[in-house]
Design a protein. Structure first.
Length: 315
């Protein structure tokens, strides 16, 4: 699952939305949040309000939705939090030493693992940390309120410091996979996931914010949520429609004898949208859907729209 950034044009300047996306590039939820720069405070609430679906195996995002406390809370709740670290030179490798326990060396990381995790804070507050996790899972408290309380006035409370230290353990365990010079599987998995989360709002703005009426002027939270839900439904329909036609195009090209490599197919994106025209008014009347799909256009024909660059993916 990937966490998309906010839709800057679709909503009023004082509101943003955060939308998680699964690995099929389909939105699986959304949340309207205040227009503050601390989007990371809402990450947990978005995850915990996904409903009864399958629990995400991996949560990928970029630096904007990352903090040590968020890392710690996600870790204790059992989420595999995998942010894309853009500024690796600012990341710190840490070592942990249990009181009274002799630890070995850190091998190639011995010289760079200079910072230490304060395990005493984690051990001291562990019972309270478990209570916090239980309160979040049972929806007794909002994660946003907890994080604000833990980091009040940029002075973390003792419990907030414990979660931050716990998050630094998880962060340090993640960093070797990021910098691994031999095995790039982690980078290949997380970077495209974070990229997809970033381009989904572009598709939303391009598809549904092309008219002045589509730009939300409604300040009521409930109405904004309704608009956001409608936008998510439209985007999922666009992704499904585009995916079906991309699959049909690939099948036709292969039937014609063209060589289509799997690594090229992996770079195709269902978020292209310049071929869609959403201007006007629509009425939906129940009817029997037409069988089959429209025939594909001739790629050599003139006048085809070039939507390269919609989402940063190559044709």
């Amino acid at each position: 699952m990937h966490l998309a950034r906010h839709l800057t044009r679709y909503h009023a300047p004082t509101r943003k939305c955060t939308s998680p996306v699964n690995d099929q590039v389909a939105g699986i939820g959304q949340m309207v949040v205040p227009g503050t720069p601390r989007n990371c405070l809402h990450v947990l609430d978005v995850l915990l309000n996904l409903g009864s679906g399958v629990k995400p195996e991996l949560v990928a995002t970029d630096n904007a939705l990352y903090s040590d406390m968020v890392f710690g809370l996600l870790k204790i709740l059992g989420y595999n939090f995998s942010p894309w670290f853009r500024d690796l030179d600012e990341q710190r490798f840490r070592r942990a030493t249990m009181p009274g326990v002799v630890t070995g060396t850190y091998g190639p990381l011995e010289d760079i693992a200079r910072n230490r995790v304060n395990l005493n804070k984690v051990v001291t507050h562990w019972p309270d940390m478990l209570r916090v996790a239980g309160s979040l899972v049972t929806d007794q408290v909002r994660a946003y309120d907890l994080l604000r309380m833990f980091g009040r006035e940029k002075r973390p409370t003792p419990l907030g410091q414990a979660f931050a230290e716990y998050g630094r353990i998880a962060e340090t365990l993640r960093l070797p996979a990021v910098v691994d010079p031999v095995d790039g599987a982690y980078r290949c998995q997380v970077r495209p996931a974070a990229h997809r989360a970033g381009v989904l709002p572009q598709a939303g703005e391009g598809t549904c914010a092309t008219t002045s009426a589509a730009r939300s002027t409604r300040r009521t939270g409930r109405r904004v949520e309704d608009q956001l839900g409608a936008l998510g439904l439209v985007l999922n329909a666009v992704v499904l429609w585009t995916t079906k036609y991309i699959d049909a195009a690939v099948a036709q090209l292969r039937a014609e004898g063209h060589e289509i490599r799997d690594e090229d197919i992996a770079r195709l994106s269902p978020l292209k949208h310049k071929n869609l025209n959403v201007l006007g008014r629509y009425s939906f009347i129940a009817s029997v859907p037409a069988a089959g799909a429209r025939s594909l256009r001739d790629p050599d024909a003139t006048g085809l729209d070039d939507d390269k660059g919609d989402d940063g993916a190559e044709e």
